[in-house]
Design a protein around this ligand. Sequence first.
Ligand code: DAH
Length: 339
Amino acid sequence: MYEKIQHLSKELDSLTAATVQETEELRIKWLGKKGYITVLFDEFKTIAADQKRSLGQSLNTLKNAAQEKIQVLRHATVQETVATSADYTPPGDPQLFGARHPISIVRNEIIEIFTRIGYTLAEGPEIEDDWHVFSALNFPPEHPARDMQDTFFVRQSDNAVVLRTHTSSVQVRVMESQRPPIRVICPGRVFRNEAVSARAHCIFHQVEGLYIDENVSFADLKQAVLYFAREMFGKETKIRLRPSYFPFTEPSAEVDVSCNICGGRGCNICKYTGWLEIMGCGMVDTNVLEANDIDSKKYTGFAFGMGIERVAMLKWQVRDLRLYFENDVRFLAQFTAVV
Ligand code: DAH
C-alpha cells in the first residue's frame, strides 16, 4: 500500500488539465466515490493496526495534495475558459419603438377635437384645378396668389392645374358633393413656391374647417374657435379676433390665442405681445356659396384654416420648419412618448 501511495503522489505531480471538464474528470478519477484515493481509504480499513499510523499519515497527505491539485487545476482552467470564450456572435438588433410624426400627432389631435363636436373628416386631391383652389373661392383673376411666385403650376392654361396652395379647395369639393347642413374638418398637405428656410417651406400642412347651415352666425364661429383653442392649448386659453381679409370669407378675421408659453405675460415666442397668431377664419362669402349652388339667402356658414406646423411649433417650441420634413430619427425619436 505504501508503494501505491508513493506512486500516486508522483503521478499527482504530473497531472494536467486543459479544460474545466478535464479537471472534473480528474477529480472523479482521484477523489470520486470510486476514485483512487477513496479506494485506498477502503483498503486502509483492512490494514494491520501497527501500520495504520504511518500509512494513515501518508494517505492523508496524498488526499490533501490531490484536493489541492484539483483546486489549482480548476482555477487555471476556469481562467482559461474566461480568457478564450469571447463571444463572436454579432450583437442583436435592438427593437426601437416607432413614433408618430409630430405633424401626424397634432393633425390627429385637431381632428379629434372637432369630431367631438360633430365635424366629419373630408379630404381632397393635392393636385387641383384653378377652379377649386381659386375661382370657386372668389379669388379675382388678377389675385397675386395665382402668381408663379406662390403657386406651383402643373399646367398653365386657362384652366390651370396646380398643386393646391391651401386646403380651402376641399371646401369647394365638399360643397359640390354635399348639401347643408355641412360640418367638415379637412386636413391635408399644401404647396407654395417659397424658398425653404427655418420659417418657410414649400410643403406644409393645413386643416380647414367648414360649417354651413341655416342661421350660422359669427358668434358660432367664435365659440367653435374658442372651444378648439381651449382643448388644444389648455382651459385658461383666451382668444382674440382681429379683422382681416380673405377672398372667400366676409367678414374675415385672424385668430390669436393667448401665449401658452408665458401665459400672456410676454416672451420671445409671442414677441412680447402675449398673443400668438393661430388661424384665419370668417363667414363664407355669399359668392362662394352661390358659386357652389348653395342658396345664400337660406344658408350661412363659417370657415377657418390653420397651419399644422404652426400648432406643432407652439406645442413643442420646435421653431425650425425644416425639421418636420427631414425625417432625422434624432428629432423624430423625441416624440416616442407622445401618443
Ligand atoms: N386658406 C387660408 C390660407 O391658406 C387660410 C384660411 C383663412 C382658411 C380663412 C379659411 C378661412 O377657411 O376662412 O392662408
